[in-house]
Design a protein around this ligand. Structure first.
Ligand SMILES: [Zn+2]
Length: 286
């Protein structure tokens, strides 16, 4: 994690290091560079709870199996690339927005395009100016979306099919964060396909079987179904498939110190093998 005084590259794009296959992956929430104009009133130790810390590192084998991996550098608490651009709570703004806003349930929970809350605390003791929000969109959000779309379209044009994995991690207390009252424990992995609409179930079954075979618990769409990115990309009837994969942070890190746990390396090894499995599928070998 670091603070930046100046604008920085919005993402890191890792291209295939072996023969390219129709697999494009992205990690929209693992960015840890905090812009100087964030001006949050929260301590960084609380702000960081929004990060999907280390996710791009857990999946770093992807380029070696022929996949493309896009990873955001900016933190999602600053601006969240997995939201539609009009998912803004008007109460966070100091002045009226320039067009109609459509805040969703995510905005209500304080986790819209611009996060309002982290660990039940206010991120700002001020309101945001329209110009600073527009700058966040133009400098970080938009370039991230353009890069992802470009990679997806390149692969689709070349292969006539694209498989997209949208990679995340989730806090161990996710049910609480989402205000869902349940006794059931959070799974180790949650596979989200917007309730069966964004991805061929064959791939989901292969990933689920692999993870269960390694002793992990796996849920589908509970409690995360996937948000803006997979909804936009996943159109199975056009051979465009998009799946969200959430991994429980308790499996690989300490959520208070943000340090990797000893199990990080075990999980990374398992995911490296899963990358190989998904690559075989994307090449039509299984
Ligand atoms: Zn995430």
């Amino acid at each position: 994690m670091r603070f930046a005084d100046e604008e920085f590259e919005p993402y890191v794009l890792s291209l295939p290091t072996s023969t390219a296959i129709p697999l494009v992956c992205d990690s929209p929430h693992s960015g840890v560079i905090y812009p100087a104009d964030f001006l949050s009133c929260l301590p960084i130790s609380v702000l960081r709870s929004g990060e999907d810390t280390y996710v791009e590192e857990l999946w770093k084998a992807l380029p070696s199996v022929g996949a493309t991996l896009l990873a955001a550098n900016f933190p999602r608490t600053y601006i969240d690339p997995n939201r539609e651009v009009d998912d803004i709570d008007p109460n966070i703004l100091a002045e009226p927005w320039t067009s109609e806003l459509r805040p969703t349930e995510k905005s209500r929970l304080g986790h819209g395009l611009l996060w309002r809350r982290a660990r039940d605390r206010d991120i700002y003791d001020r309101k945001l100016w329209v110009a600073e929000v527009e700058n966040r969109i133009g400098t970080y959000y938009q370039p991230y979306h353009e890069a992802l779309e470009r990679e997806i379209e390149n692969v689709y044009k070349r292969f006539g099919v694209v498989w997209h994995l949208n990679l995340h991690s989730m806090p161990a207390n996710s049910y609480e964060v989402l205000e869902i009252d349940t006794d059931q424990p959070l799974a180790d992995f949650v596979l989200g396909d917007c309730d069966g609409t964004t991805c061929d179930p064959t791939l989901i079954g292969i990933i689920e079987d692999f993870l269960k075979g390694r002793g992990y618990t796996v849920a589908r769409n509970d409690p995360f179904k996937g948000v803006a990115l997979i909804a936009r990309i996943g159109r199975p009837e056009e051979n465009r498939h998009s799946l969200q994969i959430e991994v429980n942070r308790a499996l690989y890190m300490d959520e208070d110190s943000y340090e990797k746990s000893a199990n990080f390396w075990v999980l990374q090894k398992d995911l490296t093998q899963l990358c190989g499995k998904v690559a075989e599928f994307a090449q039509g070998l299984i």
